[in-house]
Design a protein around this ligand. Structure first.
Ligand code: MN
Length: 406
């Protein structure tokens, strides 16, 4: 008789969806919807049982109606793909809003853990080896969490997280050896930020130690936006999309975590498809518009640095003819060495010259008529200066004052 294969529990770890985020003013909802659809596809193709999302589901505490719709469709697609969801709130989420209707959502397989008071009430799921307790630790704002966790002396993120984890450990001990997963939204020492995270610094300290999580089978972290492994069992999944040009070298990913009878068995990285690439381009406007080497960036979000001799006129409109998703353009003076010291640069030049070159830079060469207005305005300003110059007061030096008061 062939014994049936006993499979453990398979968990997909993603985080920092930041639904509703804009990128240099551009709405990302369509990209985000595609990223969530690709996560739902992985749930099917990898036979995932549970999807964990440790925070920053939304980008704002009051998400737009469109952002809520995208999130809801994402949750529904994951659920329809066959996975249970365990979700906690991050520093961008409103715990109250994200957690609204949590009891009813739980009945449908969406477990929203957004309350500090619930850190020791795990979502208990089971596979053929037994139970797994999922503890959802929402982002713990020290000022707010201190009272709820009854640790009035706690000041730092580390103190607060330790208090939450001791509640988790006490509950876990009472369950007698069940496997455990913790979701937490925190900056763990050793993690690398990308620059698109909002600081959670309290008194200069925003990090917590990895040892806070000792003894847990898998720790699914949220907050940092690039996928990274702090230890075999403590990881950040990062965001599903890049949220700054600094992230154009990161491939976005999720972790697929296999728990077997003894706990953590295997973690596999699955790269997410790139919805739209990011490119930083440098050259003259003409080079960017015609250079064959830039053709591969035509569908990307583009940040352009222009190196023309003088500031090009209306460069964004021209760039967008070739790069419809150009979102940022800046002009770098080709002769600019280091920091531009404007005062030094204009030293010794006449006011009219300075005004004319400013107008040329920002808008194009001024006409003769415009320059005559500029000259009249400057002349008027100079004579006004002379009229209002106050008569100098006699000055009492410090040593004289000392003598007088002595
Ligand atoms: Mn985040």
């Amino acid at each position: 008789m062939v014994s049936p294969t006993v499979r453990g529990m398979r968990i997909l770890h993603t985080s920092d969806w930041h639904i509703g985020r804009t990128f240099h003013g551009v709405d990302l909802l369509a990209d985000q919807a595609r990223a969530l659809a690709s996560i739902a596809e992985l749930v099917v193709s990898e036979s995932v049982d549970v999807v964990v999302i440790p925070g920053d589901v939304y980008d704002r505490s009051i998400p737009s109606a469109d952002a809520i719709a995208v999130c809801e469709r994402g949750f529904e697609a994951i659920s329809a793909a066959g996975a249970t969801l365990v979700v906690t709130s991050g520093n961008h989420d409103s715990p109250t809003r994200l957690g609204a209707g949590a009891r009813f959502a739980a009945a449908g397989g969406l477990h929203l853990r957004t309350r500090v008071g619930q850190v020791a009430e795990p979502v208990v799921l089971a596979d053929s080896h037994g139970e797994v307790a999922f503890y959802g630790i929402p982002y713990l704002e020290p000022e707010l969490a201190r009272a709820e966790l009854a640790v009035p002396q706690a000041r730092s993120h580390a103190d607060i997280l330790d208090a939450a984890m001791s509640l988790v450990r006490a509950d876990l001990a009472a369950r007698g050896g069940v496997r455990s997963v913790v979701l937490a939204h925190a900056f763990v020492v050793g993690g690398e930020a990308t620059g698109s995270e909002r600081s959670i610094s309290v008194g200069g300290v925003e990090t917590v130690s990895m040892s806070a999580f000792n003894g847990i089978d898998y720790v699914a972290l949220g907050h940092l936006h690039s996928p990274q492994k702090l230890s075999e069992s403590v990881r950040y999944s990062g965001s599903p999309l890049p949220y700054s040009f600094g992230e154009n070298s990161h491939r976005k990913a999720v972790w697929i975590v296999d728990l077997e009878a003894d706990g953590l068995a295997k973690v596999t990285r699955h790269d997410l498809p790139t919805v739209r690439g990011l490119s930083r381009l440098t050259g003259t406007l003409e080079e960017l518009l015609t250079g064959i080497q830039f053709a591969c960036a035509q569908d990307d979000y583009v940040s352009a640095t222009l190196t023309d001799q003088s500031r090009p006129v209306d460069p964004m409109r021209k760039l967008q003819e070739r790069f419809p998703h150009a979102v940022h353009v800046e002009w770098q003076r080709p002769d600019g060495v280091g920091e531009l010291n404007y005062r030094e640069r204009v030293h010794g030049r006449r006011d009219t010259e300075i005004a004319a070159s400013f107008l040329t830079d920002v808008r194009g060469t001024p006409t003769e008529g415009e320059m005559s207005w500029v000259q009249q305005a400057l002349a008027a300003a100079v004579s006004e200066n002379e009229r209002v110059r106050p008569v100098a007061e006699p000055v009492v030096s410090e040593s004289e004052q000392v003598e007088l008061s002595a």
